[in-house]
Design a protein. Structure first.
Length: 540
């Protein structure tokens, strides 16, 4: 019965078209409906080329994805069931065509592309799923625009891939998957001069860009990592519009050009001073290109890139996405006072409402746990839970009902949020994730930041049995509790906190800064002994 309600409370948020297209995909097999005419596309000299990634595959066919290195055994590895599904997806993306040493591997890359064509029959296997197909089409075409020579059979394969994709769009998922489907059709449509693909892409993107990019520049899935990926997509499409003038409508170009500056600003706001992404929802380093690469790309296309001076005392309220950013005397505080994400697309959401991350200078102090995998595993489920974030867990429950790999049933709603700045910075938010029809409670959190202190004050309004506030510490820092004094020490920072009259425990944990990577760290747990709990961290 519990699982029945879990499923009902998950499905009720979906759009009707998601349910309809899931039904359609069950009964209709997508097909290739157009034929390549053999005319080689015209490469534009106006394309601004940039290498974006670290090397993924070397000349010895050793591939490293998600921090796992393997000597490729082709053709079996294209669909090797013993390998991680996301690892196999990465093999089909062909991001190495845009890696730092791509020019030195032109012959190897062309050989690998031909192997893919020979060993992946049309419509069969992982590589023909819409998402890897979309990324591969764009990566190959970008590499060609950057100078990689391609023979007719590769163009023919790209055309077939785009034709099948045009009949296999991920309208049952929507979100970032559907977005990259449309982007791939736009690239293929412009370069192969296929009006049908351009029209599909234009119609979809003119709806999806305002839908997926919020007014404060955030991607609506509320993941800093996916925000960077979608920003890269927007830059690519703007680049394409400049490389092939008049091929893309002014309306779409305007939408892209209008949103990129806001997205660049949001990326800067939600990054730590060490230039890495913050870990809210599904977000870690190593998937999107590095922030400096994306910013270099934007500058190359004529956009200005802003920087936040963390020495200034300021509050940036991203009120559309819900995230607060506060800086003071070299410290930076990021506070998740946002909703779970789009109701119909919560697959990358965590139960992390009212969590925060904090840095002093370029040293991260408090970090959410991050993610290391996407499969249906204990790690995946655990990493999405409230207990893996810098927030409060009540009665052993999650603030939002995350389950399986990408499911969310009941969701926390932020019921109040505001900020004010005087001699200090004050951030407030509360959520109802622990309320129920029969009672429950509201979690309220206040954060107060000064030049040399951070106070975290939590209050549980309503009935509860027990509650625990957690604070995950960056693994480069040493943590100990002696004589009721909590000490957090690094090479450049030293924080202290008086824990007298508090029930404080220091436990071992793990930090997951990238897929396939885990690093031991410490977590501070504070058990509530009354309705309110407060801790003050100070530093010099």
């Amino acid at each position: 019965m519990r699982r029945f309600f879990l499923i009902i409370n998950t499905l009720r948020y979906l759009k009707w078209q998601q349910i309809f297209y899931r039904f359609v995909r069950t009964f209709i097999t997508p097909k290739v409906t157009e034929k390549f005419q053999g005319l080689e596309p015209k490469r534009s000299e106006k394309w601004k080329h940039l290498t974006l990634y670290e090397n993924k595959i070397n000349n010895k066919s050793e591939a490293c994805f998600l921090n796992y290195t393997k000597k490729l055994d082709l053709p079996s590895d294209w669909n090797n069931k013993s390998l991680n599904k996301l690892w196999i997806y990465n093999l089909h993306y062909f991001e190495d065509l845009l890696s730092e040493s791509a020019q030195e591997k032109n012959l190897f890359h062309r050989k690998l592309l031909n192997s893919w064509i020979d060993e992946n029959p049309v419509g069969f296997g992982n590589g023909w799923e819409p998402y890897p197909t979309s990324l591969r089409i764009v990566n190959i075409l970008k590499a060609w625009l950057g100078g990689l020579e391609l023979e007719e059979r590769i163009f023919n394969s790209l055309f077939i891939q785009a034709s099948l994709l045009s009949n296999n769009l991920e309208k049952h998922l929507l979100g970032n998957h559907y977005f990259v489907n449309l982007k791939a059709l736009l690239f293929a449509g412009v370069i192969f001069e296929n009006i049908n693909w351009i029209n599909i892409a234009e119609k979809g993107l003119q709806y999806e860009i305002p839908e997926q990019i919020l007014e404060d520049g955030a991607n609506f899935e509320l993941s800093p990592m996916y925000h960077s990926l979608i920003l890269l997509d927007m830059l690519d499409m703007f680049n394409l519009s400049k490389a092939y003038p008049s091929k893309i409508s002014n309306k779409l170009i305007y939408l892209i050009q209008e949103n990129i500056p806001k997205m660049l600003k949001f990326m800067e706001i939600m990054s730590h001073p060490d230039q890495g992404v913050s870990f809210f929802n599904d977000s870690v380093d190593g998937i999107a290109p590095k922030k400096i690469k994306i910013e270099d790309y934007a500058r190359k296309l004529g956009f200005e890139v802003m920087s936040i001076n963390s020495e200034n005392s300021q509050i940036i309220d991203n009120n559309f996405s819900g995230y607060f950013c506060a800086t003071f005397a070299g410290s930076k505080l990021l506070f998740d006072a946002s909703m779970i994400g789009p109701d119909y697309m919560p697959g990358h959401a965590h139960a992390d409402t009212l969590s925060f991350e904090f840095s002093i200078k370029d040293q991260r102090i408090f970090v959410n746990s991050g993610i290391s995998e996407y499969g249906k595993s204990f790690n995946r489920i655990n990493q999405r839970k409230t207990a893996s974030h810098n927030t409060v867990e009540v009665n052993g429950r999650d603030s939002s009902q995350v389950w399986s790999s990408f499911r969310v049933a009941n969701r926390a709603k932020v019921v109040s949020r505001y900020a004010k700045k005087n001699n200090d910075i004050f951030l407030h938010a509360s959520h109802d994730g622990y309320k129920s029809l029969t009672g429950g409670c509201i979690h309220q959190r206040n954060l107060t930041l000064t030049a040399n202190s951070l106070e975290v004050s939590d209050t549980i309004l309503g009935d509860f049995k027990y509650a625990i506030a957690r604070f995950y510490i960056h693994p480069s820092l040493d943590v100990c509790i002696r004589n009721n004094v909590l000490k957090i020490k690094g090479s450049k920072v030293f924080l202290r906190s008086n824990t007298e009259n508090m029930v404080v425990t220091l436990k071992d944990s793990f930090w997951y800064p990238q897929f396939g990577k885990q690093i031991p760290n410490k977590v501070i747990e504070i058990k509530f002994i009354r309705q309110a709990s407060k801790i003050l961290f100070t530093w010099k």
